[in-house]
Design a binder for this molecule. Structure first.
Ligand code: G6P
Ligand code: MG
Length: 213
């Protein structure tokens, strides 16, 4: 029986992982680096600057720290322009219904995301009110696979990691959840990750997951 569920944001509650992909792809194209979904999957859950390092390493390119800052800022500007197209309709009905049903069963809900754009996304989509706590890229110094973002979310709720489950689409996120002592639930790109304690194909499957209730 768990007391709370901590949700990753990009790729779990919303398809913003696709917007990250589009923004990184346009920047990588300009740098002449081939960027595809396989490389993109390695960026899930990883901070903005660490993502850029992975892309540069993939392209065999080195940049000065000033150049890296400029490229990361360009990516974020494009990403935020895409985020402006989000609205409450961008949230799948299944997501809202599942969150409401979990809440009705007495579970606390929180967001645990490495993104510094989390609060903008929650505001654009009217999702903020569904959560009892939000831990994001603005309150951590180490991004996933470090467990910090989830440990902070649990602390905001006043709960121990053992009382919480984490839902993640990132391999780095499952590693973070496991390292922090949470029950890890893989979905999407992490649905077939063998280190995930549980695997689901769709968010509503949480409602019939025995280990939660
Ligand atoms: C999430 C996404 C990553 C992204 C990171 C930082 O963890 O899965 O792909 O790089 O947030 O996002 P930000 O919006 O701060 O650039
Ligand atoms: Mg994610």
């Amino acid at each position: 029986m768990k007391k709370a569920i901590l949700f990753d944001l990009d790729g779990v509650l919303l398809s913003t992982d696709e917007l990250h992909y589009a923004a990184w792809k346009s920047v990588a194209d300009e740098l002449g680096i081939r960027f595809d979904r396989q490389v993109n999957n390695r960026l899930r859950g990883v901070s903005r600057m660490a993502s850029l390092e992975i892309i540069l390493q993939h392209g065999g390119m080195t940049l000065s720290s000033e150049e890296k800052e400029a490229v990361a800022a360009r990516k974020n500007d494009r990403y935020r322009a895409l985020l402006m197209t989000l609205s409450p309709d961008s949230v799948a009905p299944e997501v809202r219904e599942t969150l409401a049903a979990l809440k009705a069963r007495g579970l606390k809900l929180a967001v645990g995301s490495s993104s510094k754009n989390t609060k903008l996304i929650l505001a654009q989509t009217d999702l903020g009110c569904c959560f009892d706590a939000v831990s994001d890229g603005t309150n951590i110094s180490r991004s996933k696979p470090d467990p910090e973002v989830f440990l902070k979310a649990a602390a905001f709720l006043g709960l121990d990691p053992a009382d919480c489950a984490v839902v993640e689409d990132a391999v780095a996120g499952i590693d973070a959840a496991n390292a922090g002592g949470f029950l890890s639930i893989g979905i999407g790109d992490a649905a077939d990750y063998e280190k995930a304690d549980r695997q689901i194909n769709s968010l509503s499957e949480l409602l019939s997951l025995k280990s939660l209730f």
